[in-house]
Write a protein that binds this ligand. Structure first.
Ligand SMILES: Nc1ncnc2c1ncn2[C@@H]1O[C@H](COP(=O)(O)OP(=O)(O)OP(=O)(O)O)[C@@H](O)[C@H]1O
Length: 266
């Protein structure tokens, strides 16, 4: 169980996340929606402590994550793997090496330095990486440079890299915002697979309400840093969206797509 208690993050006068409290049971697939600037990315970055909260607490299985330091904080970050809109692969490296980089979360000190310098991953780690690639239909591109892959393939490689961290939680920040519908589907299917088969908790920021409804167990809608809806997909009707955001659902999607395109260019 992941619990957020009054979680707040201010940037100057802006409360990007404003008093968010919620409990996410282990193994849940939680979709987070909201207009641009609602605080979705900030929320995910607070969870893995890439950002420090201005107030509030995060608890994981009853343990105060907000208080972790040093090795314990590194371990928490390893437990929370991130997937980004722009994949964040090393484009000039081959796919297999990109996936193996996920293992660095398990190495420290001299061993980590050696692996970074010499790329000396063990046979067991290579086997893990190849198994992950095979699982998502990527084995045949394992030795290709990342830059030769489609966006959907790259995002699935990024998911394989995340899995090599052996995380308990996947934090996916707009993972399909740069993809066409067919590629978006392969990535959402892969996320669903790790959620259902591996029991990983997935927190995923999404622009498309239909995708959130189709794939998520629960949807959280944010506005100006606050949670304005928290419930099952079926309860988030078009009328509800219009009432919350003051725009019809079609405009919500169009606005979100424009924001995603701007982010992709930036
Ligand atoms: N590093 C920062 N410095 C200053 N303000 C920030 C910073 N990060 C986020 N903000 C502000 O916090 C608010 C929430 O931003 P956030 O990126 O979390 O929203 P979002 O819902 O993820 O939006 P988008 O869908 O456009 O990515 C916005 O007003 C944004 O300008």
């Amino acid at each position: 169980m992941l619990e957020l208690q009054g979680l707040t993050r201010r940037f100057g006068a802006t409360a990007a996340v404003d008093g968010v409290s919620l409990a996410v049971p282990a193994g849940q697939m939680l979709g987070i929606i909201g207009r641009s600037g609602a605080g979705k990315s900030t929320l995910l970055r607070l969870v893995n402590r890439l950002l420090e909260p201005s107030a509030g607490r995060i608890l994981a299985a009853g343990r105060d994550v907000t208080a972790l330091r040093g090795r314990a904080l590194r371990d928490w970050r390893r437990d929370c793997a991130m997937v980004f809109q722009q994949f964040n692969l090393v484009q000039r490296l081959d796919v297999l090496t990109n996936v193996l980089l996920g293992r660095l979360a398990h190495q420290h000190g001299l061993r980590r330095a050696l692996v970074l310098l010499a790329g000396s991953f063990g046979a067991g780690e290579r086997a893990m990486a190849l198994a992950a690639l095979e699982r998502f239909g990527l084995l045949e591109v394992a030795l290709q440079r990342a830059e030769t892959l489609s966006g959907g393939q790259q995002q699935r490689v990024a998911l394989c890299r995340a899995l090599l961290q052996q995380p308990r939680i996947i934090l996916a920040d707009e993972p399909i915002a740069s993809l066409d519908p067919a590629n978006a589907r392969t990535v959402m299917d892969a996320l669903r697979q790790v959620n259902r088969e591996d029991g990983l908790t997935v927190l995923v920021n999404l622009h498309h309400l239909d995708t959130a409804r189709e794939y998520c167990d629960r949807i959280l809608a944010m506005q100006a840093g606050r949670v304005v809806f928290d419930g099952p997909p079926a309860a988030l009707t078009a009328e509800r969206i219009a009432a919350i955001y003051g725009i019809p659902e079609a405009d919500f999607a169009a606005e979100a797509e424009a924001a995603a395109a701007r982010a992709a260019v930036a």
